[in-house]
Design a protein around this ligand. Structure first.
Ligand code: GLN
Length: 482
């Protein structure tokens, strides 16, 4: 059961080989049973889930959406009406949104069953899920290691098959890096593909909702259902809708894959390098032609991102003042003191660090030197990608420079920031990108990143699906969770 694709589950539901109740019962039990070990979930739903199961079972007889009855977990920064939405922060411990995020309402309308909310780095800031007010998440492949972040709870929950699919968000790598470290597939769509309405904002020009699941096909199905223009989000693109088409064969003839060779050559971890080269060779054996691509400004991406993202976060997080939103201190002397104490008590260390860096980078005298310069670098990186895509259809490169690290191993912020070196460039350019599993080193999963042209999710998902038609890495489940 736990290795069925979403397509297979949907088939079994419509042909009545299994009921919605049975399917969801299996995942509900696994979510409960494995949460002690992984801490992947901040909340597990009982009544809401039971109600949705009844509704989906009713729907199935009629013209139901193909996703009706399929279990789902949302990252805890998507607003869920009447259910806490913590964003991994003490600031929002008691926040109960009065409305659903568009992603949530679209997937519910399709008949998917929400089982709960996933743990995450506070306000999506981090690459290890250690910055959560609700405790760190354990990587199902080795509980002493991190699952990556910030969508670490979503990735761990899928890896342990506590759910067949989860939503996540990616600002600079938060879907792709945890997907890589947990041995599953994760896609961040093009900026504007998925509505940000009801998604708690971190860095608004970069944030995108996406999907984590074992296979590219699963991701494609769910992404199609949650994407499309939304009048409630002015940054959602006014473009025609899209429905994922699964390729019929694994033949990649005619597909030009650009390999970012400097990134592969620069990998310090020999095992990751070998697996990456091997996966690229497999694509070639499937018929793809390989082209060597160089992105001259990409090595500036981490520095630019860690100015731009904090700048946007300092502005976005100013709404949490303890008055309208967020934790309110019990002991304010006056209004100024209320703001100061509420924010000091509510935010964790990393969030405070980002607010301070961002406020500083935006302050007069520093704005031109840092914020403006970072914006210019962002443009140069976008131009690099544009030139690369004159020569190829998709790009292939590493996701993470290292395997899942031990909890507590990266104590200082800057070494954690370096974990994002391969994921940030595509984020700055707003391009669709995914991570897919390509094997294990020392028992830990490794991913390969595919980056596509703007609004061409179809091509990267297709290449991943075609690779997965011939390989089984995405079907591996950690032994302790079988
Ligand atoms: N790790 C990056 C950061 O800490 C990316 C986070 C994200 O994509 N939300 O900002």
């Amino acid at each position: 059961m736990i290795n069925l694709s979403i397509r297979q589950m949907a088939d079994m539901l419509t042909t009545k080989q299994i009921s919605v109740q049975e399917l969801n019962g299996v995942y509900h039990d696994r979510a409960r049973q494995f949460n002690d070990r992984t801490n992947a979930l901040i909340s597990v739903y009982e009544e809401l889930c039971a109600r949705e199961v009844m509704q989906a079972q009713d729907l199935l007889g009629k013209a139901a959406h193909p996703l009706a009855g399929i279990p789902l977990i949302h990252k805890d920064l998507f607003c869920t009406r009447g259910q806490t939405t913590t964003c991994g922060s003490n600031m929002l411990e008691h926040f109960i949104p009065p409305y659903d995020a568009t992603v949530v309402s679209r997937l519910s309308a399709a008949g998917m069953i929400t089982h709960g909310k996933a743990n995450m780095d506070e306000f999506a800031m981090g690459s290890s899920n250690e910055h959560s007010a609700y405790g760190p998440v354990a990587n199902p492949w080795d509980l002493s290691r991190v699952p990556g972040g910030s969508s670490g709870g979503s990735a761990a929950a899928v890896a342990a098959r506590m759910t067949p699919v989860a939503t996540g968000t990616d600002t600079g790598g938060s879907i792709r890096q945890p997907a890589a470290l947990c041995g599953i597939t994760g896609i961040k769509p093009s900026y504007g593909r998925v509505s940000r309405y009801g998604m708690v904002a971190f860095a608004s020009s970069l944030d995108q909702g996406g999907v984590l699941a074992p296979a590219a096909d699963d991701c494609g199905l769910v992404l199609s259902a949650m994407s499309g223009h939304d009048p409630l989000d002015s940054t959602s693109a006014r473009r025609p809708g899209w429905a994922w088409q699964k390729p019929e064969s694994a033949d990649l003839t005619g597909v030009k894959v650009g390999v970012i060779q400097d990134w592969v050559d620069g990998l310090q971890d020999e095992a990751i390098k070998q697996l990456t080269l091997q996966a690229i060779e497999t694509l070639k054996a499937q018929g793809a032609s390989l082209i060597d691509i160089h992105l001259p400004h990409a090595d500036l991406a981490v520095s630019a991102y860690y100015v731009l993202a904090p700048a946007e976060c300092s502005s976005n997080l100013s709404r949490f003042d303890g008055v309208r939103f967020g934790h309110q201190t019990a002991q304010a002397q006056n209004l100024e003191d209320l703001y100061r104490r509420s924010r000091s008590e509510g935010f964790g260390e990393e969030v405070k660090r980002r607010i301070m860096i961002g406020t500083w980078a935006l302050s007069s005298g520093y704005y031109d030197a840092y914020y403006l310069k970072a914006q210019k670098i962002r443009r140069l990186i976008s131009d690099d990608f544009r030139q690369a895509f004159d020569q190829c259809h998709v790009l292939a490169c590493p996701v993470s420079p290292e395997l899942a690290f031990k909890h507590g191993e990266k104590a200082d912020g800057v070494s954690m920031y370096q974990a994002d070196q391969f994921t940030i460039p595509a984020s700055l350019a707003g391009l669709p990108c995914l991570s897919m599993p390509i094997g294990h080193a020392a028992g830990l999963p490794v991913g390969l990143q595919l980056i596509g042209r703007y609004y061409d999710e179809q091509s990267i998902l297709a290449v991943a699906d075609q690779y997965q038609q011939l390989t089984r890495h995405h079907l591996q489940v950690p032994e302790a969770f079988l």
